[in-house]
Design a protein around this ligand. Structure first.
Ligand SMILES: Cc1ncc(COP(=O)(O)O)c(C=O)c1O
Length: 428
């Protein structure tokens, strides 16, 4: 891609109060997005306004409870628009992705018989592996693990094909790797999985801030993500096909409604965080209108919200895509630096700007610390991609340093990162 997309990154950054923070006179470079992004003022304002005016529990006979009911309906509907779902009843909120995955995997486990098979991958975060391992152990199911191609850290599609059998009941795969940024061909995987008669569980946590998501186009049966990774508050968000949400044996308290969306939402939800998430969706609608050429007013609950949200994510992807070549070539110019993941420009469409690397014999934590002292925030270690780090033989040496860009990051920040790494490599 050679065109520079018309993406006004400064206008975007102006929505994020944290991005103007300076320490010792230096601006901060938030390259830690894969572990959680910063939030726009719309999100913060939504949390504050809810707590100031409408804080109540659901289904009461008074004003603030009515307002809470309305806010809850609206945030479910907005999340459905974000994911291309039919409507808000297909959306379930929870504490985070891992907690929701444990709950739903346990319910799925209740439908299995001993010897049924679950497929997981080496590319996945442990939040999309451990719940399936636990459930399989409890239910006598068999786990098959699909490996990666170590040369570029992409999913081994031949191994995936070989792992499928008539006993396969579910395949759990990531839509983008939180460790190395690879984007597996999930729509193709869906066809393979369905041909085997199994369900596809898609972990879209890392993909959330990077890609437009359309659950129908992907062919997913379940898709899960975490709003705190796409400019929202700390929450988990699950979509599943209605028929599955209605029929799987959910574990729930007795008086709770058996209809959707309440069936999978145990206890009281974090209403203020959900009000904040509504603010995040309004912000993304603004991105869609101002950067993606969509029409309409952010916050207008009409049929065009899906168009605005999709336009936001399409514009984000185009902008982020333009950052991948300078990020990769800049990192590759640092002596001794080795990226694990896709570095061939011909395959940049198959990755997002999340990049992990080692630098000679230096311990990843030591590198992250020096970067942190310079106001450049990165992560180090395994980032819960246990199987991947083990497969790469890096588990004993501190894993890797990970930097991840989202749509508020800039070319200037890439330059700062590369310069700092060059100095670290030179021992300065
Ligand atoms: C790809 C991926 N899946 C799952 C998780 C776990 O998400 P949560 O913290 O919401 O449980 C993460 C968190 O980093 C992730 O990046």
């Amino acid at each position: 891609m050679t065109d520079t997309p018309a993406f006004d990154v400064q206008a975007v950054r102006d929505h994020f109060p944290a991005l103007s923070r300076r320490v010792d006179g230096r601006p901060l470079a938030f390259l830690d997005g894969p572990a959680g992004t910063q939030v726009p003022h719309e999100c913060i304002d939504g949390i504050v306004a809810y707590l100031e005016t409408s804080n109540a529990n659901l289904h009461g006979a008074f004003l603030t409870s009515h307002e809470t009911d309305a806010m809850m309906d609206e945030v479910h509907a907005a999340a459905a628009d974000f994911l291309g779902a039919a409507d808000g009843s297909e959306i379930t909120f929870g504490a985070n992705m891992t907690t929701l995955t444990f709950a739903v995997s346990r319910a799925i486990g209740r439908t299995l018989t001993a010897g049924d098979e679950i497929v997981v991958t080496q590319l996945d975060h442990d939040g999309d592996v451990a719940p399936w391992l636990t459930m399989a152990e409890e239910r006598g199911a068999v786990i098959r693990q699909v490996g990666i191609r170590p040369e570029d850290c992409t999913l081994d599609m031949d191994a995936l094909e070989a792992a499928l059998s008539p006993r396969t009941r579910l395949v759990a795969v990531t839509l983008a790797s939180n460790a190395v940024g690879s984007i597996p061909p999930v729509a193709r995987i869906a066809e393979m999985v369905h041909a085997a008669g199994a369900w596809l569980w898609v972990d879209a946590v890392h993909a959330g801030p990077h890609l437009p998501i359309d659950v129908a186009a992907l062919g997913a049966d379940f898709l899960i993500c975490s709003p705190y990774k796409f400019f929202g508050p700390h929450l988990g968000l699950l979509w599943a096909r209605r028929e599955l949400l209605e029929s799987l044996p959910a574990v729930k308290v007795r008086p709770a409604a058996d209809d959707l969306p309440g069936r999978w939402e145990t206890g009281t939800q974090s209403h203020e965080m959900l009000a904040g998430l509504l603010g995040t969706f309004r912000y993304l609608e603004w991105v869609g209108v101002s950067q993606g050429g969509a029409s309409g007013e952010p916050g207008a609950a009409d049929g065009r919200r899906r168009t605005r949200l999709k336009a936001a994510m399409t514009a984000s992807r185009a902008y982020e895509r333009s950052l991948i070549p300078p990020l990769i070539s800049g990192l590759c110019s640092v002596p001794g630096l080795q990226i694990r993941g896709i570095v061939d420009p011909a395959h940049f469409d198959e990755r997002c700007p999340t990049v992990s690397f080692t630098l000679g014999e230096r311990h990843p934590r030591a590198i992250a610390e020096v970067l942190g002292q310079r106001g450049i925030f990165s992560w180090d270690g395994d980032n819960y991609a246990y199987e991947l780090i083990r497969a790469l033989g890096l588990a004993e040496s501190g894993g890797m340093v990970r930097v991840g860009l989202v749509h508020y990051n800039t070319l200037d920040e890439i330059d700062r990162l590369v310069e700092a790494l060059r100095e670290i490599a030179a021992g300065r």
